[in-house]
Design a binder for this molecule. Structure first.
Ligand SMILES: Cc1cc2nc3c(=O)[nH]c(=O)nc-3n(C[C@H](O)[C@H](O)[C@H](O)COP(=O)(O)OP(=O)(O)OC[C@H]3O[C@@H](n4cnc5c(N)ncnc54)[C@H](O)[C@@H]3O)c2cc1C
Length: 441
């Protein structure tokens, strides 16, 4: 029901926009004259383009009421695909207007473009905005994005805000549907709602939390596989509500690192005491973290985010499956589950024994709670550990009561894909498989 309401709160604007559009444009649409019909269509495409672009801000704005229902990873996927629809409308709007006005003015395609730019207010800004949108959506196509460094892609993406502002002027000055004052008011409200929520959740909330809690790096512990556990403390930490399994978007406020932020899962949590994030060296930021952070560094925390949490499980019996650093959220959920008396089994895949993060902690947890703990190593054959990848055979053998369980899965994307497929082949419904991807979008 809450999910439905959240979607309704966004979708409701489509009929409202259509309602205001038809007041002035229905006559044009049904006039029987091609150019006027095209103008009416161009107008609705323009309005929808703005609606889709503003929805982009909501999907990526870490908006709490939406994120709580769907999780940031799903919202990032929506953001990705919504961007393509936005671009379709963004392109269709000027294209139809150029054809229609070109027809009415007896001008060719390019002459009509020049006529718009020379004689209509704020159109040149809108043209630049379109070029920015086209560039950004093109850069977001998977095979192009793969070749771009994340930071480059991210900073170019920020130009979207410039484009949105540049496109605004021509809407109210030229838009044929804005004769109605109520519509003008509604249009401003729409922008206010989108930007207001983005600014509130994405920028002001982390700053406010920093002001309240003064987060800082208390100490670091080196784990296996070169991973670094960062223990974060702060003032009145018991008032900062965090749920095991969630993640934080972290910015270390020192000279080297302040300009970038990265998401990391909560691998350990003691209410009121500390939050632990465990970071494995994989790229530029994570590989140099050890040299760039020092105890006492202030930290800006955006979050907690995510719905990879114990509360989602309806069944008492749980199966946790982790691969490599994917153990981080599972480590904290597992402990919460065991303390709550839930029955759990963990299958934990790694290349070799040296790569098993939290091995001592997990062994200790097993002593205290007697849960099923199976290390599965792909590289080394040993009599102590299972050998190979986590697959159907191992799951059915090590977890014969799979169908009575609900699964939490986190690891490299190819591994997660393969295991999700195999779990469904073993008869587990998809809705009982919860997973966390270590990439947004
Ligand atoms: C929800 C979530 C939870 C995560 N939890 C952990 C964890 O507990 N421990 C851990 O070691 N890693 C975790 N990660 C992965 C971690 O965020 C990336 O490994 C890290 O950001 C890579 O940065 P880099 O500069 O070192 O590597 P790069 O080589 O620059 O990036 C590698 C990949 O990481 C992703 N990435 C890079 N920077 C960012 C960013 N600022 N925001 C989002 N994605 C980015 C991109 O997909 C990129 O292709 C998590 C990721 C997500 C999305």
């Amino acid at each position: 029901m809450k999910k439905f309401l959240a979607i309704a709160a966004i979708a409701i604007h489509i009929p409202i926009i259509f309602y205001f559009w038809q007041i002035d444009s229905w006559q044009l649409l049904t006039s029987g004259q091609t150019n006027l019909t095209l103008i009416a269509l161009a107008r609705i495409f323009g309005l929808l383009a703005v609606y889709f672009v503003l929805s982009q801000l909501i999907f990526i704005g870490r908006v709490k009421w939406l994120e709580k229902q769907f999780g940031l990873d799903k919202l990032s996927i929506w953001h990705h695909f919504n961007g393509f629809f936005a671009l379709l409308f963004i392109l269709a709007h000027p294209f139809l207007l150029i054809i229609a006005y070109g027809g009415l003015n007896n001008l060719g395609f390019f002459s009509q473009i020049m006529d718009f730019i020379r004689h209509y207010p704020d159109v040149w800004q809108a043209v630049i905005a379109v070029l920015i949108f086209v560039t950004i959506v093109t850069l977001s196509v998977s095979f192009i994005r793969k070749h771009l460094k994340y930071e480059k892609w991210y900073f170019l993406h920020l130009l979207t805000y410039v484009a949105i502002l540049m496109a605004f002027g021509h809407q109210l000055k030229l838009g044929g549907d804005f004769h109605n004052n109520l519509f003008v008011f509604y249009w401003y409200a729409l922008y206010f709602l989108a930007f207001g929520q983005l600014i509130w959740y994405r920028f002001l909330t982390p700053l406010y939390n920093f002001y309240r809690h003064h987060f800082f790096l208390d100490h670091v512990v080196e784990e296996n596989a070169g991973a670094l556990s960062c223990y974060i403390k702060g003032r009145n930490l018991s008032e900062f509500k965090v749920v095991p399994g969630q993640f934080m978007i972290v910015r270390f406020l020192n000279k080297q690192l302040w300009w970038q932020q990265h998401p990391f899962s909560i691998s350990g949590y003691q209410a009121g005491e500390y939050i632990r994030l465990t970071i494995k060296p994989l790229g530029d930021f994570t590989s140099t973290l050890k040299d760039n952070v020092k105890v006492g560094d202030k930290i800006l925390l955006d979050g907690p985010h995510g719905v990879f949490i114990l509360k989602r499980a309806v069944k008492n019996k749980l199966l946790f499956i982790a691969g490599g650093v994917g153990i981080t959220p599972i480590r904290s959920i597992l402990e919460e589950a065991l303390l709550a008396g839930r029955e759990a089994t963990l299958l934990y895949g790694n290349r070799n024994e040296q790569e098993i993060i939290f091995k001592d902690e997990l062994d200790e947890l097993k002593k205290q709670h007697q849960f099923g703990l199976h290390y599965i190593l792909s590289e080394k054959i040993s009599s102590v550990f299972e050998h190979g990848n986590i697959d159907k055979e191992k799951i059915s053998r090590l977890v014969p009561d799979l169908k009575e369980r609900e699964v939490y899965l986190c690891g490299p994307v190819p591994m997660m894909k393969a295991i999700r497929r195999q779990l469904t082949e073993l008869g587990l419904p998809k809705k009982l498989i919860h997973f966390e991807k270590f990439s947004l979008g």
